[in-house]
Design a protein around this ligand. Structure first.
Ligand SMILES: Cc1cc2nc3c(=O)[nH]c(=O)nc-3n(C[C@H](O)[C@H](O)[C@H](O)COP(=O)(O)O)c2cc1C
Length: 200
């Protein structure tokens, strides 16, 4: 499958085949590709809780106000942002580069995020958004489907996954085999209403 086809055929699937189970290798392969998603300054501030356990998936469905996708899908990835990633041994984000580069990035991270929770939070959302789309496109490449989700009780899900205090749940993505095609697209806005050449 080429990338255009993956983009065109990715849909938010509502009904997954509950009998289909991804192999451990497939889960591993998917997760290894997800961590190639880009992050600002390569700070890799996403943290992923990936769930294949049936009981946990069922509890996630309850937290998702009864939506069936988590329990019926094979894999649920909960994408969280670590709002302190910018200051947690940042040198390691550039370990393949010279010390000078490492220090430059460390200083830049401090300038941008120190004392600025809004920037920390925005970065978590940006990074997880990139990773979510990466999951969904990689799933298509593997012949699988997905559903991005934010329809869940935040506190309930946080407790279930033991979310650390300085982390934010951004969204979750369910991956599995579709049991039913998605309905016809809701209706995309025309390109010229959303894309503007050079300026608004
Ligand atoms: C951030 C985000 C949250 C979403 N939350 C849910 C959800 O909780 N349940 C659901 O069934 N679909 C959810 N969706 C799917 C959207 O409704 C769907 O992506 C949109 O209608 C466009 O359809 P398509 O993805 O099939 O093109 C969510 C999508 C996004 C991007």
């Amino acid at each position: 499958m080429d990338v255009f086809e993956a983009i065109e055929t990715r849909r938010a699937i509502k009904k997954f085949d509950s009998t289909y189970k991804m192999s451990n290798n497939d889960v591993q392969k998917l997760m290894e590709h997800v961590i190639l998603a880009p992050t600002s300054y390569n700070q890799q501030n996403w943290r992923f809780v990936y769930v294949t356990d049936r009981d946990v998936k069922e509890k996630i469905s309850v937290a998702a106000r009864g939506q069936a996708q988590p329990k019926d899908g094979s894999l649920v990835v909960i994408l969280c942002g670590d709002m302190n990633a910018w200051k947690t041994e940042p040198i390691r984000y550039w370990k393949n580069h010279p010390a000078e580069k490492q220090e430059t990035v460390k200083a830049a991270l401090e300038r941008k995020y120190d004392g600025n929770p809004q920037n920390q939070r925005d970065e978590a959302v940006r990074s997880c958004g990139m990773a979510a789309q990466t999951i969904m496109l990689a799933a298509r490449q593997m012949g699988l489907d997905s559903c991005p989700m934010v329809g869940f009780e935040y506190d309930e899900l946080s407790e279930l996954i033991k979310l650390p205090e300085d982390h934010l749940i951004v969204m979750m993505v369910v991956v599995g085999k579709r049991a039913e095609d998605a309905a016809v697209r809701g209706g995309q806005l025309p390109l010229d209403q959303v894309a503007f050449e050079n300026s608004f």
